[in-house]
Design a protein around this ligand. Structure first.
Ligand code: PLP
Ligand code: COI
Length: 335
């Protein structure tokens, strides 16, 4: 194992183990640590044909006192169960989820990036339907797997502003939006617009609502947040975006800091009025957005650095995550 901790990006890197649970005969079995990445799967399995699959993303941090802590894992457990209910998959007891996350972190403890390197251990729980079938129906068997990857910044350049692109004129299954309807499941419909955005030099695609194409939904990787010139925090309210745990935490932090929070529909026309725009999520933390392109239109914000309000929020959330400032909301769970 020879990891250059400060050079980590957001790429797959094999670690020691992952933990797996099998659901059969109507119940979840015991978790078992595996030292390989292979899974035996029927070619007729539901997840391969019909995409019955859901995942989560959360992080563990090596803190200032050198203890390892996980950021709000119970929130991920609840959201995973919400995804599972939507997709007709069996729920995972919250205690089983937390126990699985802790067990796999403990077994891979040497992969948690050391305090001060800016890295974290990304935890990826995933549930897939495995029973062989050809008719469309819910699987009878499932695998719940939790794997871990040491990571650095999602977008190269750390917190340097990125450019985004609204991609809403292509013909695909989900014409706008990521198609998540609150579920972190199949992201395949977002791949083409993301590729188009990248081809135009934009790191990320920004989606509009699929009905009117006039309201901001979210980025392909994260929620949308913006700061008004008079310092209000604005983020879209929509039934078809993923309820981000980072965004929820940032809204709480904003209120702690005396920043007014507005969660409401955000029309594209309002993009001309914001002082700062950011993308927020577990992987991207807060990534400032320098420009948003939409056809010939360009909405421009801070191009060189993160704006002052986003920076204040960023410092507060990462300060809590790395144990540098008091965790007054009890978000960090010790191993
Ligand atoms: N929106 C999308 C489409 C995402 O993939 C993610 C990340 O999982 C988020 C938002 C942010 O959610 P969270 O802050 O819980 O990571
Ligand atoms: C996360 O932030 O955890 C996600 O799942 C987003 C994805 C782009 C990696």
């Amino acid at each position: 194992m020879n990891i250059e901790w400060t050079k980590l990006g957001f790429e797959f890197l094999p670690t020691k183990s992952n933990i797996r649970f099998t659901y059969e005969n109507g119940k979840w079995g015991e978790g078992c640590l595996h030292n390989d990445y292979k899974i035996e799967l029927s070619v007729a399995s539901n997840c391969m044909h019909y995409g019955q699959a859901a995942f989560e993303g959360l992080k563990a941090f090596s803190c200032k006192d050198r203890k390892v802590r996980i950021f709000r894992p119970e929130e991920n457990a609840r959201r995973l169960n919400s995804s599972l209910r939507h997709l007709l998959m069996p729920e995972i007891p919250e205690a089983t989820f937390i126990d699985a996350v802790k067990t796999v972190i403990r077994d891979n403890i040497e992969y948690v990036p050391p305090y001060g390197t800016g890295g974290s251990l990304y935890i990826r729980p995933v549930v897939v339907g495995t029973s062989p079938q050809i008719g469309i129906s819910a699987s009878e068997t499932y695998e719940f797997i939790v794997m871990v990857v040491p990571v650095g910044p999602y977008y190269k350049g750390g917190i340097k502003p990125v450019e985004a692109m609204i991609v809403d004129d292509i013909d695909r299954a989900a014409p706008c939006g990521t198609g998540h309807t609150k579920v972190a499941g199949n992201y395949a419909a977002s791949l083409l617009p993301s590729k188009i955005a990248k081809k135009h030099g934009c790191a990320v695609a920004l989606f509009l609502d699929s009905k009117t194409h006039s309201f901001i939904e979210e980025f392909g990787t994260s929620n949308f947040m913006a700061i008004t010139p008079d310092g209000r925090y604005v983020t879209p309210e929509s039934p078809s975006i993923l309820p981000s745990i980072t965004n929820k935490s940032l809204m709480t932090i904003a209120e702690d800091l005396g920043i007014a929070v507005e969660r409401r529909p955000v029309p594209e026309t309002e993009l001309t009025t914001f002082a700062e725009v950011g993308a927020c999520g577990t992987a991207v933390v807060i990534t400032p957005v320098a420009k948003i392109h939409h056809g010939d239109k360009v909405y421009a914000y801070n191009t060189e650095t993160m704006g002052p309000v986003l920076k204040k929020l960023y410092d507060r959330v990462t300060g809590i995550q790395y144990g540098e400032i008091p965790d007054t909301h009890h978000w960090m769970m010790e191993l």
